[in-house]
Write a protein that binds this ligand. Sequence first.
Ligand SMILES: [Zn+2]
Length: 424
Amino acid sequence: MKSCLFVFIFIFSSLAANNLGHWLPLVNLLTNKEARPQAGPSEGEWAELSRYNQTLTLAEFEHLIEKVFSTDESWKKYLKISEDKKQLLVLTNNLGVVAIDFLETERGGTAPARYWRSKDTVVESKVGEQPNAKQPLSGLRIAIDPGHIGGVWAKTEARWFQINDEKPVTEGDMTLLTAKKLRGKLEALGAEVFLTRETATPVTSLRPEDFLMEVAERFPDLENQGNRFQRKMEFWFYRKAEIKDRGVLINQTIKPDLTVCLHYNASAWGNPKRPVLVNKSHFHLLITGAAMPKEWGDGEQRLALLHKLFQRAHKEELQLAKVTVPAFTKRTRLSGYVYRGALGNVNAMDRNAFIWARNLAALRMYQCPVLFCEPYVMNGKADYVHIQAGDYTGKRLINGELRPSIYEEYAAAVTEGIERHFTP
Ligand SMILES: [Zn+2]
């Protein structure tokens, strides 16, 4: 069964001509309100899922979708396990169906087609080589994605606050500084490192004004609400277009074995010119998963999530996160972060609230394993002091403790996690 392992059925034209009994469950899918044709990936892009034929067992699929990738059963509106349990039937946004054949047993399957290499593959590729103690990461390709844009865009992307005339806190500039330190450390260990951006300049060539037509069309009620309309165009620029283009850069050009997304967390600070400082400091790592009902209903998200699931990035992400937690906590003594509220947009991946699955665009769209870091609280009283101390060499007294600069501390923790992960 190597050829024609996927099938498109254009329901309205050819369903009757096919074995109707076999596909009947899908007719029910089409009665769902959410399942109407919508703009999204082309049929050709959906057809690419066929490359995962015979790469994942049903049991593994069920585990991943139930425990990691979904927060409830809403995925079943768009994905169906065939009655003979041999295939996953995927509803496309054009109401076609792509079938992916499950692997029958763990043994004998082929690895899914993917540009990145698993930890095991990297370790195996070095068997027989003289161990290089000084450069344990040699041969590894790592992308670093400094979160946000910073610079003149920091206010636009709402990643800016300032207390009196003290140094403004701009997350996009802090992540870039951290990224450059991290690059130095990883290169010293032999890795080949790529940054998605080197300056406070967007990766996308689009700008907020480029979304004028789209926003006008999608949100007609915002038409006479100048500021809200402007904010919406900006959001589409810095959140949607920017991350999408970083995804293209990572998936099509860099093709790394791993991407590290660097962020600094914050609590709601209110007015950026009179920000609220809080008594909080915590840390967590995010990995891919926890898609909510509306997200499964979005063709683009559904397709990206399936690529991620079938490529089995999860195993890598979780293992890497698990060894990165102690690398952070021993340096910072930060505690985990508990997601509260009724959003239901996360799945807990450990018992101490350090690792969570979340369906963030970067996690979903970057096809390789991603480690998404959210340490510190920028408007937390203690971390704010650490940030205001700037970057420095050696250690200084910060809140009564000798600490390296926050950038140095962050980069060292991530480096240790990666080194531990890729060292047999
Ligand atoms: Zn961030």
